[in-house]
Design a protein around this ligand. Sequence first.
Ligand code: GLA
Length: 436
Amino acid sequence: MGEVSWPSESELNSVKKKVAEMSGRDAKEVRVVVSPYRISPLGAHIDHQGGTVSAMTINKGILLGFVPSNDSQVVIQSGQFKGEVRFCVDEIQLPKNAIKLNNLNQQNGYGPGEECSWGNYSRGAIYALRKSGNHIRRGITGFIDGAEGLDSSGLSSSAAVGVAYLLAFESSNNLIVDPEENIEYDRLIENEYLGLKNGILDQSAILLSSYGYLTCMNCKTKEHKLVQAPEINSQYNLGKNMKFKILLAFSGLKQALTTNPGYNRRVTECQEAARILLQASGNEWLEPLLSNVASEVYDKHKCKLDPILAKRAEHYFSENKRVLNGLDYWASGNLEEFGKLISASGLSSIQNYECGSEPLIQLYKILVKAPGVYGARFSGAGFRGCCIAFVDANRALDATSFVEKEYTMLQPELASQINGGKVVLICDAGDCARVI
Ligand code: GLA
C-alpha cells in the first residue's frame, strides 16, 4: 500500500490530548478511529435502487478519539458542535418518528448541528449494534473532530460519523465485526434511526476502500471489487508525479440531507418507475427497485412512464452503463475517457435526476471548462455541498484559480462564506476507516 498523508501526528495528538483531559486517563490509552470522507466519481443516485457504484475515499475525514468507559456511560464532545452528548448504552430505543428527528430538534430550539441533533449518530450506532444482536455493555468517553475548515456536505460526513461510532463501540466492547456487517449497521443508523432512504454507497466506500484503488460495489448483490489502475498506481508507488488530484469545489450551501425532502422524494419516484415497469412486464411480484428491471424491459416499456418518472429511470439505466464503461477506462489508466463519463454523469444528474441547485450547477459548469479537469460532477446527494473533479496533477493550481475566480464572480456572497473565500480544496485519495 502507498502512503496516505492523513491523519498527521499532530492531528492525532490533539484528539488524544482532548480525550485524556475529558476522561482523566493517559493520552497513551486513547484509541482513535480514522474515518475518511468519500467521493463517487460514477454511480450517483443509483445505490438505493441496487445499482453498481464506484467510489474512493479522500485523505480528509473524521477523527474520533475515545477510551472505553468502565460502565455503560457515553460522554462525547465535538470539535464542531456545541453541547455534550450523554447517555447510557442501555437507554437507546428507536425514535417513534425517525424521519422527524432533525426537524424536532430545530422546533425544540436546537440548531441543526447542536446536541441533541449531532448526538443522534452515536445513539443510532448503539441502536444498530443492539438491534443486530451485539452485546454492548461499555460506553465511551470520546471527542469527535471533522477536518479543520472543511465543509463536509456532500462528502458523506454522516456515514463517516456513523462508521466512526460503530468502530469505537465495537472496539470498546471487544467485538470483531467485518466491513460487510458494518455496512449493514450503518444502513440501520441512516435508514431506520435517522429516517433517510439512502443506499449503501457511502459506508461501503468508507469501509472497503483501499489506497490506490477504485472501489466498485454492486448494491444489489453486495459484491465488491477493488480496481487498480496500473499506470496510476505505479505513480502512487513512486510517491511523486501523481497523475491526478481530486479537486473539491464548495458551493457554500449547507443543509442536512435528513431535512431535505428532495432526496427521499426521488427515491420514491425511482421505486414508482420500477413498479410500473415491473407490472408492464408481468413481474409485479418483484421488489420495486430499478435493479429488478432488465434493461430490455426498460427499453420496451419506458413509454408507459410519465415524463418525471421516465427521467429518473433514464438516469438509473444510463448511469449503470457509465459505471461499467468507466471501470474499463480506469483500469487501463485512461483518465481522459474516465473523466468524460464523470461529466456525463453530472449532466444526467442535472437533466434527468434534477437534483442540483443553481449554485451547484454553476460550479459544475465552471469545473468542466477549468484547465486540466478530466471530469466533474456534484458530490453526494447533490442538493448542497460540493462538486468533485479529477484534475491533472500538474494543472491543479491553474484549475483552482480559475474555479475560485469564476465562482466568486457568480456567487460572491456564498463564496465569501466558504472557508474565507477558499472555494477549492485539492486532495489525494485515502484509505479505509480503521482504529489506530
Ligand atoms: C448520498 C446518499 C448515498 C447516495 C448519494 C448519491 O450521499 O447518502 O446513499 O445515494 O447521495 O449517489
